[in-house]
Design a protein around this ligand. Sequence first.
Ligand code: EPZ
Length: 415
Amino acid sequence: MNHIIIEGGHRLSGTVHISGAKNAVLPLIAAALLPDGVSEIEETPWLTDVCYMCDVLNYLGAQTHYENGTLQINSTGLTDCTAPFEEVQKMRASFLVMGPLLARLGAARIPLPGGCAIGARPIDLHLKGFEAMGARVTIGQRYIEAQVNHLHGARIYLDFPSVGATENIMMAASLAEGTTIIENAAKEPEIVDLANFLGAMGARIKGAGTDVVRIVGVGSLHPARHTTIPDRIEAGSFMLMAAITGSELFLENVITSHLQPMIAKMNDAGVRIIDEIDGLRVLPSGPIMPVEIKTLPYPGFPTDMQAQFMAYLALAAGSSTIRETVFENRFMHVAELAKMGADITVKGHTALIKGVPMLKGAYVEATDLRAGAAMIVAALAAEGETVIGQVDHIYRGYENIVGKLIDVGAKIREE
Ligand code: EPZ
């Protein structure tokens, strides 16, 4: 299946179960390399990115088994420190095995992760952390190699609060000798989720979720069982699908506090949201109000919601601006939205979205994961049929999205 076809203009109704977070479970899977034995991660979403990560672990000698939403990882057989070239090229997050490999084996050989559609995605901050902890790092044409007898604690200042660098350094520091302090650390909920998993393994971590994380290294870690936090970006995407179609949807399995930056902006745009005990309810909302958005590291407005919100604002009663500050090239969806009649101009890192009365179905492409979600948001409200190509990007981060939308009344199919 590499197309999704949507007939727009239909109201949605009912309940959507939000899956475990892609951006939490990928570092959790890497962390399961740290102890010797079998760890279990519940609420693991069955995504292509999860499959890629499991392929990397299998290649390294660990065993993985997925059943009924629970991923079992047995890292007893971890022998190889070289990650597979194809998998790392396919998915940048596989670079997260570098910290655990250095901590566990004292060596890591990782293919240079490809950039991707949304930017160069350097890894200098990851390497800065490992070198500060005593690793000798060499960057070759195709691989990055690192060796260390034993990692030692260090004070590491991140020039940018990189999510991946914070995660990689946290994992490495868990088994280092002494204390590591990460300053200007990323504060995303996924960092806290990883710290909770590491803590369950016996790691000593304080400050996760703040900009200073302290890790006191321990001699060894033991396997643990953990439940992945819900996916705040999937939840935000469904909230906009409800809002743009004037629908009432109930989202179960959400942590409202993780959604606050999005909820605040959606409220400004006229979306009515009720925080109920066991989930969030989006109510049929009035006209879409124009807003100004600037993407920022958490707890700012998330860059991973930028494309979807742009699709929503394409139908606003007025002009909005979106300034993308995290990635250098995350406006690939603008041209695709324009094919549907959106009126958007980009100047540097800022997009000006002039609301139009209507979007028309068209043939569009999912240029990257979140751009794909934006196409679905727009297609659900567009007049007529939209065909979305390159949908493999969407399946990387949205579990059973077509099935979930069919269950709430969307006219959507795969071909
Ligand atoms: C994580 O990517 C997420 N992916 C991304 O989600 C998310 O957009 C991003 O964090 C920001 O929130 C996963 O968690 C698997 P970063 P990551 O390191 O860790 C620069 C999605 O759609 N940087 O915080 O790669 C970098 O160039 C994906 O689900 C350096 O300069 O993001 C970028 O401009 C997309 N040097 C900025 O930091 C480094 O060593 C943010 O990168 C590392 C990063």
